[in-house]
Write a protein that binds this ligand. Structure first.
Ligand code: CTP
Ligand code: CA
Length: 224
C-alpha cells in the first residue's frame, strides 16, 4: 500500500474531487442516471489523502463506503452537485471532476408516482448546468483543474475540444469500448491531455491513475 511509503507531497493543499453518477428524479420512485461506479473518483480522493492533502469528495449515489479523514459531501442530482461544488471552490488548489454528471434532467418532477394509464409516455428534458465549465470560467490563477471525458468515438479530437472549451489544465479521456476501461472496472486505459501534450498511458489500476493525475497536477502548478 502506498500510504506508508508516500511522501506528503500535497501537505497543505486543498483538493476537491467529484465522483459517481447523478440521479435525476422523474417522480418520487424513479430516476434517470448512468453506469458510473464512483471507483475512479474515490481512488483519486484516497490518493490525495495519502499524499497529505485536505480532501473534499463530492459524491453522487454509489455503493462505496465513505473514505476516512475525508470531507464527504453526498449529493443526488446534477443541480445538487453544482451547488455543493460551487459553494466550496474558493480555497481549492486542485479540482478533479471525475463524476459522470447527467447532461439533462426531466423538466418536471411529478410529485406523485406516475401511473401506467396511457400506452405511451413522453418526457421533456432540459439541460443541467455544466459544473466543469463553470469551474473553468471562474478559475483562480493558482488553481489546477482536471476534467474527464468519456467517449465512444474520435477520442482525442472530442477530448481536446472539451479541454479547451471548459478551460481545463488537463483532461483524462477514455473510450468506453476499450477493454479494461470504463465504468465498473478496477483498471483504466486512458489518454492524458494537456495544453501541448497528448499521452497514451498504459493500462493501470484506478488507484495508480489517481497518483499519476495528482503528480501531473503538481507539475502543472509548478509550471504556472
Ligand atoms: N461535466 C460537468 N457537468 C456536466 C456535464 C459534464 O461538470 N453537466 C464534466 C464531467 O464531470 C467531465 C467533463 O465535464 O469531467 C466531460 O464530461 P462528458 O460527459 O465527457 O462531456 P460533456 O461536456 O457532457 O459532453 P458530451 O456528454 O456531449 O460528450
Ligand atoms: Ca455528458
Amino acid at each position: 500500500d502506498h500510504e506508508f511509503e508516500m511522501e506528503q507531497t500535497l501537505k497543505g493543499k486543498n483538493v476537491l474531487v467529484s465522483a459517481g453518477p447523478t440521479q435525476e428524479a422523474l417522480d418520487p420512485v424513479r430516476f434517470l442516471s448512468n453506469h458510473s461506479s464512483g471507483k475512479q473518483g474515490y481512488a483519486i480522493a484516497k490518493a490525495a489523502k495519502a499524499l497529505g492533502a485536505n480532501v473534499t469528495l463530492v459524491a453522487g449515489p454509489t455503493a462505496l463506503e465513505d473514505l476516512k479523514d475525508i470531507n464527504m459531501v453526498h449529493v443526488t442530482s446534477a443541480q445538487d452537485m453544482f451547488d455543493a461544488i460551487t459553494s466550496r471552490l474558493d480555497n481549492q488548489n486542485y479540482i478533479i471532476m471525475a463524476a459522470a454528471v447527467a447532461d439533462y434532467r426531466p423538466e418536471m418532477v411529478a410529485d406523485q408516482k406516475i401511473k401506467k394509464s396511457d400506452e405511451e409516455v413522453t418526457f421533456h428534458f432540459v439541460k443541467n448546468p455544466d459544473i466543469l465549465a463553470y469551474i473553468g470560467q471562474h478559475k483562480k490563477e493558482n488553481q489546477v483543474i482536471c476534467g474527464f471525458a468519456m467517449e465512444t468515438q474520435n477520442l482525442e479530437e472530442n477530448a481536446r475540444k472539451k479541454l479547451e472549451s471548459k478551460n481545463c489544465d488537463m483532461l483524462i479521456a477514455n473510450n468506453l469500448f476499450t477493454r479494461g476501461a470504463g465504468f465498473q472496472t478496477d483498471t483504466n486505459v486512458v489518454t492524458l491531455l494537456r495544453k501541448n501534450e497528448t499521452k497514451h498511458l498504459p493500462k493501470c489500476s484506478k488507484e495508480e491513475l489517481g497518483y499519476k493525475i495528482l503528480e501531473t497536477m503538481k507539475e502543472i502548478e509548478m509550471e504556472k
